[in-house]
Structures are given as C-alpha cells and as structure tokens.
Design a protein around this ligand. Sequence first.
Ligand code: HGY
Ligand code: MN
Ligand code: MN
Ligand code: MN
Length: 406
Amino acid sequence: MLSDFVEEGSLPYRFRALWDEIAPVGRDAVSGGYLRYALTDPELELRAWFRSQAERRGMPVTDDGNGNLFAHWGDPLAGDAVLTGSHFDSVPHGGAYDGPLGIVSAFLAVDELRAAGVTPRRPLVLGAFVEEEGARFGVPCLGSRLLTGALSVERAAGLRDAAGVSFAEALGERPAGVRADLLGRFGAFVELHVEQGRALVDTAAPVAVASAIWPHGRWRFDVVGEGNHAGTTRMADRHDPMLTYAFTVLAANKEARLRGAHATVGRVAVEPNATNAIPSKVTGWLDARAADPETLAGLVDAVQGKVAERARRDGTAVTVTEESATPLVAFDGGLADRLATLLDAPVLPTGAGHDAGVLAAHLPTAMLFVRNPTGVSHSPAEAATDADCAAGVRALARVLEELTCR
Ligand code: HGY
Ligand code: MN
Ligand code: MN
Ligand code: MN
C-alpha cells in the first residue's frame, strides 16, 4: 500500500512498486515476519525474481556454484568491477528489509544511473548472497564465506538443516568453494542495508556509512545430564541439564552487562523435550558480540568458566563448540570517509554481521545504512519508510557512479 500521497513516477513511488513485487514472498500471515530460509521455496522465488529483474535490464546472471548470484552491467569477464548487493534469506519471522533492501535498491540504482545517462567505465555487478543469516544451515554468511574461501567446501557441504537436508543437497550440487577467478574481478563492494538499531533515528539522517562491524560469533553449548521421570525422581538425585542451561543464560547476560558487550541465547534444543521428563540433553546457542576482540574473548571465556563450574555442581557435562566467528571488521577508512563526504552522511559502527564483513578481507568494502524508525531488526517490527528507502537508492546510485566513473 502506498504511504501518504506519493507523486507517480517519483523514486519513492517506483521503490514501492518494485518492493511490492517481493513483499508478500515468504511473509507469515500470523506474525507478519518472514520465513525465507536459504534455498527453500520463498527464497527460491526471490532468486527467480532476481533473475527476471536482471533480464529486464539486459544484465546476464552468473551463479558462482556456491549459491550466490551475480547480475552484470558490463562484461562479466572484465576486472575491476564494482559489486553491490546483499541477501534474500531471513531469520525466522524476520523483518522485511534485512537483506532484500540492498538488492532492490541496487536494481533501482541501476535504473537511476541509466535514466541519468551514466555509462560506467567499470563493470557494475549486483550480488545476492546465499544463507547470510545462517538460519537454515547454522553458519552465517555461508555463501560469501565459500566464495572467499573463509569456509571449506567440506564443512559447508555437510551442514544440515533441522530436517537433515545438507547444504549440498539443497544446492543441488557440491559447492564450488573459493572462486578466486570471480573474486579477482571485483575491485570494490558496497552493501546497502537497513539499519539494525536506533542510531539514525536519533541523528535524523536517512542514510549513514558504516565504519566497522563488531567482532562476534556463535558458540554451541551441549549440556548432557540424566534423563528421568519428572514425577518419581527426587530433586537431590537429579542431574538436570536444563538447570545448567538456565545458569548459562543468566551467566551470559550478567557477564555481557559487566563488559558493555552483547550476549544472546535465542535458540535452544531439548531432548527428549517432554513436559514430564527431565531432559537428557539441552543444547543452547550463545551469540556473543563486543566492540573489540579482547572484550569478546573475555566474555566468552568468563561464561565458559562459570558454566563449567556450575556443571560440576549439577553433575552434568558441557561441551562448547565455536560454530562461527567474525573478527572485528574495520571497513576501508579512506572509502568510508570518501562516501561520507560525498553523501554528507554520518559514519556508524554496527553490531550486526554482513556479507560485507566477509568480503572486506578481500577488497575495499563499504556499507550504507538506511534509517529504521523502530530501530528493531530480526523481528516483524523492522521498518523503513519509502522516502528513506528512496534516499538510500539515491545515495547508492551516487556512490556507484562515484566508484564506477571517477
Ligand atoms: O546476525 C547478524 O548480525 C546478521 O543480521 N546476520
Ligand atoms: Mn540479519
Ligand atoms: Mn542482513
Ligand atoms: Mn509414564
């Protein structure tokens, strides 16, 4: 639906028209959130939409064999290309904008450049990266990590979803792995993304440039205890992994607050998961993030130490597995300053991970954030106005013109 009257043909109008083509895809009627898991029907539908949008613009599409798609304006084999784009997949019941905004905005930015008669001197490539959220196979930025070699094909191919389907089976082939040939043709990467916080709301700027991504990671805590009957087992005789798990959540929360860091345990699996059975095993995932690596390491170490102590008291056994870790990403300072000056935009760090955080280790990389009036993300409450999204398209078009023509 169109927000207040918007002039036909205006950029907010055209944004809304294109956005409405994908907005219903994978949207849950009850929560209003999105269920767009990588390589499942809704995300496959968006990948088909990506191909049709590229075709409509005469942009050939290449698939890197890892599930990432690239639409080319210019010779797909030429080097020094400027890459832009993001991801389609979502967290369970995630917001509408996290990911797709960067792809829709990229197509509209191409339209803006062409309408202005701009002919890039460098190829321009639009990318759609697979499994950025890690919501289906457990490792975030799976596609960009495969493309860059940050994750081995062996590990990626074997990752399985909750139904036991492997990534290779979902992909329909063994992932190609690192594609130095393709990566070598990119000279820079700019990812536009909805802001996942309130910084822009408070600064009243519709667009910002990213300075850094906090170091962060995911640690799986497997707690094994003794399954037993809820009604006949005395409290003193129990080795209840749920107790150790509950303590893990409290310890993570406390240690994060002490350090000004962020710790979340948002996902848990219980075996046998019966109301009247003391669990035999509880698995919890810790998502930990901090502004610097030392604080992050201190947080995770402190939680692990306290949980080990508690497990001894509970008579349970805990194993901790690091499932993914992303070091501090300091985006290319010169590029960030250049874009902030070009756009007269504030520069912000973020605690959210992105494919840009993976590619930044391989090429000059920047991010643009579009204001999110609720500041909420990974939730149906995530929002962005058409006017701000249009401002994001305009900013992205200016950046792409700057990088492909100057
Ligand atoms: O989890 C993250 O930070 C990102 O949204 N995938
Ligand atoms: Mn996300
Ligand atoms: Mn995202
Ligand atoms: Mn019984």
